[in-house]
Design a binder for this molecule. Structure first.
Ligand code: NAP
Length: 287
């Protein structure tokens, strides 16, 4: 079997076109332009690329964006002061703090300071709590993109066994929470694995849908995948051979039913869902 490719790039373009139409309608209706403020601390090259791509996405969708840069040596107080200013600014609807922050910065304190109504990454404890209770305000961007990819490719989620490898606050945990919720896009039986999971291949081989978010190049091999399974590769690893995922794409493609490539899989969907959340934030703030 050769797995079909789940084309995240094409779906992201479709979603972005939908969002651009919705943004135009919102502007016509309210006279306001949705605006995303990105906060970038230090000189992390990957962070700079991510922020540039997110701003480019905003521009293409008709969303305003601002970039607020602070030096790597910025203090907690300086960062908190900037967040407070953005919280108070009625022209800013969404605030994105690009991670990772320098070690000296208290990341939780900074993320907790973002107004929950402007928290387009859905990292604030209030938004995490709402997600767990099944009444989300914002869905976290990467898991939301993956859920849309499954839904729009008519991949059955309800009743399926989903195995998520990785338990980060950004991907693994919210992904599991979303897929186990009652209702559309949920109702899966979810198993979450991590570095302490015993006999990982035995668990992953039982997955109808395997979602991998570890951060280790080509970690998932063909032996870890059930024939015909859907494999979603979240990993972005920079190697001498270029960007690769957490899945050994060529080997797993021979076993899986459907698979996302890296690049061109989950990454572009993350940005599309950030635009979606920025528009949602602007709508909420418009009343
Ligand atoms: N495409 C996108 O838009 C997007 C968005 C976000 C992240 N990413 C990428 O996705 C990857 C994961 O990101 P993240 O932020 O979720 O990473 P993270 O915070 O570093 O978490 C990694 C998770 O993988 C688990 N893990 C590590 N080694 C393992 C092993 N040998 N066996 C089983 N589990 C193992 C860890 O387990 P423990 O908890 O036990 O340590 C942890 O839960 C990275 O490559 C990142 O760049 C991509």
């Amino acid at each position: 079997m050769t797995a079909a490719i789940l084309d995240g790039k094409a779906l992201a373009e479709e979603l972005r076109a939908e969002i651009a139409r919705q943004v135009a309608a919102f502007k016509a209706e309210t006279g306001a332009t949705p605006c995303l403020a990105a906060v970038l601390v230090g000189e992390n090259p990957a962070g700079q690329v991510y922020v540039r791509n997110k701003r480019k996405g905003c521009e293409q969708a008709g969303i305003d964006s601002q970039l607020h840069r602070l030096p790597a040596a910025a203090s907690n107080a300086e960062l908190l002061e900037l967040i407070e200013r953005l919280n108070r600014d009625p022209a800013v609807h969404g605030i994105l703090v690009q991670l990772p922050l320098p070690d000296a910065v208290d990341e939780s304190r900074v993320l907790d300071a973002v107004d929950p109504l402007k928290d387009v990454d859905a990292f604030h404890p209030q938004n995490v709590g709402r997600l767990m209770q099944g009444r989300p305000r914002f869905l976290p961007c990467t898991p939301h993109g993956i859920q849309q990819l499954l839904l729009r490719n008519q991949i059955p989620i309800a009743g399926s066994h989903v195995v998520v490898i990785g338990r980060s606050d950004i991907v693994g945990k919210p992904m599991a929470a979303m897929l186990m919720q009652r209702g559309t896009g949920g109702d899966a039986t979810v198993t979450v694995c991590h570095s302490r999971t015993r006999d990982l291949p035995a668990v992953t081989r039982r997955a109808d849908i395997l979602i991998v978010a570890i951060g280790r190049a080509k970690f998932v091999t063909a032996e870890m995948v059930k024939p015909g399974a859907v494999v979603i590769d979240v990993g972005i690893n920079r190697t001498d051979a270029g960007l690769v995922g957490d899945v050994d794409f060529e080997a797993v493609r021979a076993v899986a039913g459907q698979i996302t490539p890296v690049p061109g899989g989950v990454g572009p969907l993350t940005i599309a869902m950030l635009l979606h959340n920025t528009l949602a934030a602007a709508r909420m703030q418009a009343g």
